[in-house]
Design a protein around this ligand. Structure first.
Ligand SMILES: Cc1ncc(COP(=O)(O)O)c(C=O)c1O
Length: 448
């Protein structure tokens, strides 16, 4: 339909002549035009360059917020967005961030950062991910580049994979954060999947996962969520991580840890990096895509870090030089402000302590909301087992609601969430939890 429309535009331009010169039909357009446009001879002057472009599909996550904002209802509830809210449903700027802002105000130049970003920030970020005393840091075996938050870190990694391991594929858990698939697809890496979540138990499909890891070709790339898996809230236990690490070693697979929620799972940033610690202890060379969007509330600052543990200091230097070369034509060098904020917080013992308290406070409020939602559902007599609400961890609850039930919640109750039934627990408050429970109970009543 859109192609026909494009063809009509082109035909009109050719027949009537728009008077623009130099706007010839590019050869690559020929496949997008309708037959009628193509068979007309004479001057091929266009009236539009983009008439053949149709609307892009809505992003499954960001599209929810758009629909929520367009709803005029007073009682609407947004549990779609993966951003922390306080108990009044308001966005939060952490106190440690406010203090860091005051400290850096006016004292820093606005010069470009190097392609790899702020060295001090990168050093502090990798200590947070791998541990202050990590041997790989001491041995200077970590290539680290400041990135445009977690998404940018993933994209740099995907491009590095494509450039230097062009024959490789990448495996993602089912389900995963939907943007993972876009990122690696746009970097031209073959995307595969492995079993992760069991809808029957609403927990981990550990056997399925291990089987798929075993059956993947040796030396495959895997993206694992380091903690607080999005969207399921289901993480392997410590013992399970150990088994996963050992199997990965056997298979010589490469792991990219996506760590977008360090601190949000348990409230403790050290505990939340346990998977990375276990893999490093087993001698893996891992990569890590870190984001400070959630745990420091720096969403719009786009501050993150891609790090890659290498075999030697020289290898790390080479890899880092290549990653920054990938960044150069994309955005040249990363933004300054977020790096200053994070570096100020992580390097000052007082601010760091305050930050750790604030992360815990956010994680604790989410845990409390999990308990309240479950209590309310059980209290109003729901016959469904809601144990998974409190068993799952991190920002999200993979509720088990079907797309039809989600649609009903939106239509009848103005409650917004992604159609896979993911509830952002950060959007639940003491003010809306009862309403949410009542609505969920009503749409699931008929379910056995
Ligand atoms: C698993 C996962 N990875 C990465 C990101 C990246 O977020 P950002 O680019 O805002 O840091 C998110 C955000 O929702 C996420 O859930």
């Amino acid at each position: 339909m859109m192609m026909q429309e494009a063809g009509r535009h082109v035909a009109r331009a050719i027949l009537h002549g728009s008077g623009r010169t130099g706007a010839r039909v590019a050869p690559s357009w020929s496949g997008l035009m309708s037959g009628s446009a193509r068979c007309i001879s004479g001057s091929s002057v266009l009236s539009t360059w983009w008439g053949h472009v149709g609307p892009a599909p809505k992003d499954p996550i960001l599209g929810v917020t758009e629909s929520y904002l367009a709803d005029p209802s007073d009682g609407k509830v947004n549990v779609g967005v993966g951003a922390y809210r306080d108990d009044n449903g308001q966005p939060v700027v952490l106190e440690c961030v406010r203090m860091a802002e005051q400290r850096i105000a006016g004292i820093e130049y606005m010069e470009y950062l190097p392609m790899a970003g702020m060295k001090r920030f990168n050093g502090l970020a990798i200590k947070l991910a791998y541990g202050d005393d990590s041997p790989v840091i001491k041995e200077r075996r970590v290539a680290a580049v400041q990135a445009l938050s977690g998404t940018g870190a993933c994209r740099l990694m995907a491009d590095l994979q494509h450039r230097f391991r062009p024959e490789s594929q990448v495996f993602f858990p089912v389900p995963t954060w939907s943007n993972h698939l876009n990122i690696w697809r746009d970097a031209n890496v073959m995307v595969k999947s492995f079993r992760y979540y069991n809808p029957k138990t609403k927990g981990l499909d550990f056997e399925g996962m291990m089987e798929d890891v075993k059956n993947a070709p040796n030396g495959s790339f895997f993206v694992l969520h380091a903690c607080a898996h999005n969207p399921t809230g289901v993480d392997p236990s410590t013992e399970e991580w150990k088994e996963v690490s050992s199997l990965f070693k056997e298979k010589n697979h490469f792991v990219v840890f996506d760590m977008a929620y360090q601190g949000f799972a348990s409230g403790d940033t050290s505990k939340d990096r346990q998977a990375i610690r276990i893999f490093l202890e087993d001698g893996h060379q891992v990569a890590c895509a870190q984001s400070f969007a959630k745990n420091m509330g720096l969403y719009g600052q786009r501050i993150g870090c891609l790090s890659i543990v290498c075999h030697s200091e020289m290898e790390a230097a080479n890899v880092q030089s290549q990653v920054q070369q990938i960044a150069r034509p994309m955005y040249s060098n990363p933004p300054l402000h977020g790096a200053h904020l994070v570096a100020t917080i992580l390097s000052d013992p007082g601010l760091k302590e305050l930050w750790l308290k604030e992360v815990k406070m956010m994680a604790d409020r989410i845990k409390l909301m999990r308990s309240l939602l479950r209590e309310h559902l059980e209290g109003i007599g729901s016959q469904i087992n809601w144990e998974h609400i409190t068993k799952q961890i991190g920002m999200f609850c993979f509720s088990g609601l079907t797309p039809a039930q989600v649609d009903e919640l939106t239509k009848n109750y103005h409650i917004y969430m992604t159609r896979n039934g993911r509830i952002s627990m950060a959007g639940v408050t003491t003010k809306n939890v009862e309403y949410l429970a009542h609505a969920i109970h009503t749409v699931t009543k008929a379910q056995k």
